[in-house]
Design a protein around this ligand. Structure first.
Ligand SMILES: CCCCCCCCCCCCCCCCCCCCCC(=O)SCCNC(=O)CCNC(=O)[C@H](O)C(C)(C)COP(=O)(O)OP(=O)(O)OC[C@H]1O[C@@H](n2cnc3c(N)ncnc32)[C@H](O)[C@@H]1OP(=O)(O)O
Ligand SMILES: Cc1cc2nc3c(=O)[nH]c(=O)nc-3n(C[C@H](O)[C@H](O)[C@H](O)COP(=O)(O)OP(=O)(O)OC[C@H]3O[C@@H](n4cnc5c(N)ncnc54)[C@H](O)[C@@H]3O)c2cc1C
Length: 676
């Protein structure tokens, strides 16, 4: 058996066009994978896990998923996830979250499954907000999957504005219980993943009421279904909310309470508490109950970066085997990857995937530092990380959506077929613009932070600015872009600073003219979100540069420098109007950026396939494989797309019979009637 990842390893029978691409690479994809995933060990473990999974037939899809009904999808995803659980202890280190994430995304794919939220949204808040005693009670059971849980916060009427959640948890002094209640239809929990049909527990977010005073949203552990019969408990209405744009192997659900009682000990009380006599013990930070959301957002850059990388792997490989049209040589059609427009479509998105993953690993580390600090009572880092992750979450999800859509178009007609798998990736990734805080709402959270920072700088207190926003007080000194990445950073800093100041000044002017604070904020909201995006894009650029600087292997550093230069020029060109406006950038510099961009495309071209190979997604993960089953086929490592597209089409249920009832019942009579 050959290991399928070495770029120097060329397999007999691979499409020669792809083989040729792999031969031109100037670096080793295994070495690049070490940089992407953080270490030799992590990259090697991923390969080992993928290899082991590929040898277990029951972990493969038993049918192409797009041909399944919703019930069949849920059944299939549940079959796979439970089969996977049996194999897990042998395949991965059970304490390693990255390994767990990798193996789940490989086996389950983007369709979701009834346990996806159990691990990513049910256990984490229990860990973060639960006391040691509560961990003792529920954590072991949850980790062993004796119980299945979800995170039930959003309601039919409210998602973004958590303070207005209407589900109440009223403390009863006489029984020392909380009474959960859904007072209106709007207050039904709506959306939580795995709630609809699978979970028997939920972390429920409800407004805490003690002696008629509302203390805002708090987290409660709630059993919603009987552990034996799986029937909803009396006082609980629960069900599935129906099919979605994607993620249909999971059962997002609704949940209502009719004066449903839970013990006092079910308030997750590591940081806050309600005493027996109803005394409320405050958490060390007002927004402590939102900490779980910061955690999820801190993971989204790396997550979305890999989502986009999967779509790009499919599109770049396909572009290297798809031949259409001519350049100079009229005797052979060219690979569509040779067209500059195709490169411009795909390569900046490859650069963004790398950038998001690098940035993502930094934010995950920052969150881990925050959590350690919180555990020892220090909450001073929360505001900064909330602001940062609010911006990052919004920018990466939007740009990932753009990148995946470009990948789809780059595959022409076959990109539109579900055989490409790109629509499924897109449907799942684009949900990120909405879940975990709608993007505009989160950009405006970061804007609050930027406005405050500008105000500090204006008040002559630049020393009080944190490192992330120190540039808001830097003087404007013109830069020469020829000198390299630092000059690009300075140019971007100028653009971002200017937009933050402009938006803040506009906001101040509105208030000075008599408009109320909230109304003034709303009248400046578009400008404010622009400031947030620029600030975030600057931050992503800086993390990219830091990562490339830290690399020692020369061959890797060279290709990543090309990719980074492409990113710098693409990003700066995209926002150049901000700097042209005040003359900070000259039209000559603008021309320079464009030329640099085009020359970066040329430099990357020979390495394009290997840059995506380096993510080391298996064919199973791209739903393009394997084991004689028929799957989505466009991103296959071996490049044999056409035969497999035909096999895929033949397996369509519509082709299991030559004449469909739609013809016999309707078309045939219509045609007969027309003949009369
Ligand atoms: C073994 C492992 C196996 C692994 C298996 C792996 C399987 C693999 C499968 C592979 C593929 C599948 C992947 C797809 C998965 C899909 C998952 C989908 C999940 C989706 C989940 C959700 O979707 S779950 C719901 C999220 N729902 C929100 O996200 C609501 C947003 N809404 C808010 O979050 C608040 O509503 C909002 C706006 C902050 C205002 O909150 P608010 O009104 O209370 O506050 P104000 O705005 O008044 O702000 C007052 C001051 O609080 C400050 N502040 C606010 N928050 C703060 C904070 N957190 N920390 C510090 N400070 C904070 C603020 O900065 C102000 O500060 P200042 O005053 O100084 O300016
Ligand atoms: C795939 C998916 C999975 C999900 N999983 C879960 C889950 O497991 N658990 C859970 O609890 N929830 C979950 N959700 C719900 C999700 O968190 C919310 O939908 C999300 O937070 C957005 O809230 P909303 O639906 O209220 O949007 P809305 O706030 O109603 O957004 C509608 C529009 O209003 C705008 N808007 C709203 N407020 C403002 C404002 N203050 N300023 C400017 N514009 C504003 C928005 O920008 C948007 O354009 C999930 C959602 C999806 C799509």
């Amino acid at each position: 058996m050959t290991m399928v990842f070495l770029n120097k390893e060329i397999r007999d029978g691979d499409n020669p066009d792809l083989t040729e691409e792999r031969k031109t690479a100037t670096f080793d994809t295994n070495k690049m994978a070490e940089v992407i995933y953080g270490s030799e060990k992590l990259a090697r473990r991923r390969r080992e896990i993928s290899q082991a999974v590929s040898l277990i037939p029951e972990l493969a899809d038993s049918k192409p998923l797009p041909f399944l009904s919703r019930n069949e999808k849920i059944l299939e995803s549940t079959r796979k996830v439970t089969a996977l659980n049996e194999h897990l202890p042998r395949l991965i280190n059970m304490n390693d979250e990255d390994e767990a994430w990798h193996i789940h995304s490989e086996v389950i794919g983007f369709e979701g499954n009834p346990l996806a939220l159990h691990h990513s949204l049910f256990i984490p808040p229990l860990v973060i907000q639960g006391s040691d005693e509560q961990h003792e009670k529920w954590l072991g059971r949850a980790k062993r999957r004796e119980i299945i849980g979800c995170y039930a916060q959003t309601e039919l009427g409210h998602g973004s504005n958590i303070r207005k959640l209407e589900t109440t948890a009223t403390y009863s002094l006489s029984t020392q219980e909380f009474i959960l209640h859904t007072p209106t239809i709007n207050a039904l929990k709506w959306w939580p993943g795995a709630l609809g049909k699978s979970s028997n527990h939920a972390v429920v977010v409800a407004s805490l009421i003690i002696k008629e005073q509302n203390y805002g949203p708090h987290l409660f552990m709630v059993q919603i279904r009987d552990e034996q019969s799986h029937e909803p408990l009396p006082g609980i209405a629960v069900g599935d909310i129906g099919p979605k744009m994607a993620f249909n192997g999971a059962d997002n659900g609704f949940l209502g309470f009719n004066n449903f009682r839970i013990p006092r000990g079910n308030l997750l009380n590591r940081h806050c508490n309600v005493e027996v006599d109803g005394t409320y013990v405050r958490p060390p930070h007002d927004k402590m109950n939102y900490a779980g959301m910061i955690r999820v957002r801190s993971r989204m850059a790396a997550e979305q970066g890999t989502f986009m990388a999967q779509a790009l792997t499919i599109a770049v490989r396909y572009s290297a085997v798809r031949r259409q049209g001519f350049l100079e040589n009229k005797s052979q059609e060219v690979k569509v990857l040779d067209y500059q427009t195709q490169q411009h479509r795909l390569f900046p998105a490859i650069a963004r995937s790398y950038a998001f993953i690098f940035c993502g690993f930094e934010t995950i580390q920052k969150y881990e530092t925050l959590q350690n600090e919180m555990n020892s009572g220090n909450v001073s880092l929360m505001a900064d990380l909330h602001a940062l992750t609010s911006g990052i979450k919004s920018v990466v999800t939007y740009q990932t959506g753009e990148g995946i859509e470009q990948a789809r178009m780059a595959c022409g007609g076959h990109g539109y077929s579900m055989a490409s798998y790109i629509s499924e990736i897109y449907g799942c990734a684009i949900g990120g613009c909405t879940y975990e805080g709608e993007n505009m709402v989160m950009l405006l959270q970061l804007a609050r932070y930027l406005v405050k920072s500008v105000e500090l700088a204006m008040r002559g207190k630049p020393g009080d600015l944190g490192p992330m926003v120190a540039y808001l007080a830097y003087p404007d000194i013109k830069v020469d872009l020829v000198t390299g990445p630092e000059a690009y950073v300075k140019m971007f800093q100028h653009i971002s600073k200017r937009q933050s100041i402009k938006a803040t000044e506009k906001f101040h002017r509105k208030m000075e003219s008599g408009v109320s604070r909230d109304e003034a904020w709303n009248q400046c909201a578009v400008e404010l979100t622009r400031a947030s995006r620029l600030h975030t894009r600057l931050y992503i650029i800086e993390t990219f540069i830091r990562r490339v600087d830290s690399i020692e292997d020369l061959s890797i550093k060279m290709v990543l420098t090309d990719l980074m230069n492409l990113h710098l020029n693409y990003e700066l060109l995209d926002v150049a109007s901000y700097a042209l406006e005040d003359g900070f950038m000259s039209s000559t510099q603008m021309g320079f950026i464009k030329n640099q961009l085009y020359s970066s495309l040329e430099k990357i071209r020979p390495n394009a396939v290997s840059l995506v190979d380096s993510f080391q997604f298996s064919d199973l993960q791209l739903r393009s494989n394997l084991l004689n089953f028929l799957f989505q086929v466009l991103g296959r490592r071996d490049g044999h797309v056409y035969q497999n597209l035909f096999e895929w089409a033949k397996s369509s249920p519509l082709n299991q019979t030559e004449v469909l009832p739609s013809v016999t019942q309707y078309l045939k009579p219509m045609m007969e009637k027309a003949k009369l």
